[in-house]
Ligand binder design. Sequence first.
Ligand code: HEM
Ligand SMILES: *[C@@H]1O[C@H](CO)[C@@H](O)[C@H](O)[C@H]1NC(C)=O
Ligand SMILES: *[C@@H]1O[C@H](CO)[C@@H](O)[C@H](O)[C@H]1NC(C)=O
Ligand SMILES: CC(=O)N[C@H]1CO[C@H](CO)[C@@H](O)[C@@H]1O
Length: 323
Amino acid sequence: MSIVRVAALLLLLLSTAAPPTAAQLRRNYYAGACPNVESIVRAAVASKFRQTSVTVGATVHLFFHDCFVEGCDASVIIASTANNTAEKDHPVNLSLAGDGFDTVIKAKAAVDAVPTCRNKVSCADILAMATRDVIALAGGPSYAVELGRLDGLSSTASSVNGKLAPPTFNLDQLTALFATNGLSQTDMIALSAGHTVGFAHCNAFTSRIRGQTPDPTLNSTFAAQLRSWCPPNVDPRIAVTLDMVTPRAFDNQYYKNLQNGMGLLASDQVLYSDPRSRPTVDAWAQSSAAFNKAFVEAITKMGRIGVKTGAQGNIRRNCAVFN
Ligand code: HEM
Ligand SMILES: *[C@@H]1O[C@H](CO)[C@@H](O)[C@H](O)[C@H]1NC(C)=O
Ligand SMILES: *[C@@H]1O[C@H](CO)[C@@H](O)[C@H](O)[C@H]1NC(C)=O
Ligand SMILES: CC(=O)N[C@H]1CO[C@H](CO)[C@@H](O)[C@@H]1O
């Protein structure tokens, strides 16, 4: 085999082995089409946040689900039609709070109200910007967001299967799932701190507080509290805050909670129980600067998953409906 052919083969191998990246994303992508897009989105998100801080968790959660299912392409925002059950109507969607969708719809309306920006900015990018903005509004790290995603052309409930982790996953399962998205175990531990804000319904952790063997990694005082909030046959709409100590702040309290056995989901607490991830939890419980840095890196990588370009997408006029 000639050197050229070996090199070509190597390139091919390298390109197929590479994680899903999107070199075409960049800051200031809309500098020409809509130069003020970031301040327009920020103002709309801030206004929504003043109405309800629930929008913080709702928006961050929406971005995660969008990126992990078919890439960051706003496919999660598409509404079902008579012909198609969309991603958002998969049974796990009970967890997608309406305020996240509303945040994107309102920011899109604000962008489109500016004549030069009308139909120039993708819903996928608006969701990425809104996520960055709610995190900053909740006291989390500020970061520059990469832009240039197109909106996807398909959204099906069946595409959700196997893409999202159930809250019972152990460290190896979590690590493997994130790896399929080009994210490292460190990224996974950082992104799990999304659970420093927002809510979980009782059924997400009920097996940890009831039954034959309550979860021994759960703080017993905390477990008693959870049993009183989530009695047997609780209304399935009842939800409790994922971070009991600073539920509204986007901070590293999440990791301190894990040290106290106060991770709400089994998939949270396992990050401390498992000796392989515990040192990272300890380091970020200790240093919010170290956590912020790791989180910004990880959410930036998450924002590159399965980005659509060219004929793979378009810019939706209505985020909930294909053009
Ligand atoms: C590591 C694997 C993960 C698992 C197993 C998981 C699981 C869950 C579960 C079960 C809930 C509660 C849903 C409900 O009962 O309503 C939840 C909520 C949430 N998750 Fe995750 N999640 C994971 C990763 C992430 C990531 C990477 C992010 C974002 C960076 C994230 C952000 C959120 C947020 C913000 C909420 C609260 C939603 C709200 O308040 O509306 N999660 N997650
Ligand atoms: C459903 O599909 C039919 C034919 O395939 C099409 O004519 C119709 O417009 C579709 N309806 C919706 C709501 O997408
Ligand atoms: C249980 O949580 C409290 C704080 O809420 C903490 O002081 C205590 O050390 C925790 N217990 C264990 C075993 O982690
Ligand atoms: C927020 C959201 O879209 N919830 C929907 C989840 O799916 C059920 C049907 O399975 C719808 O009734 C909800 O509106």
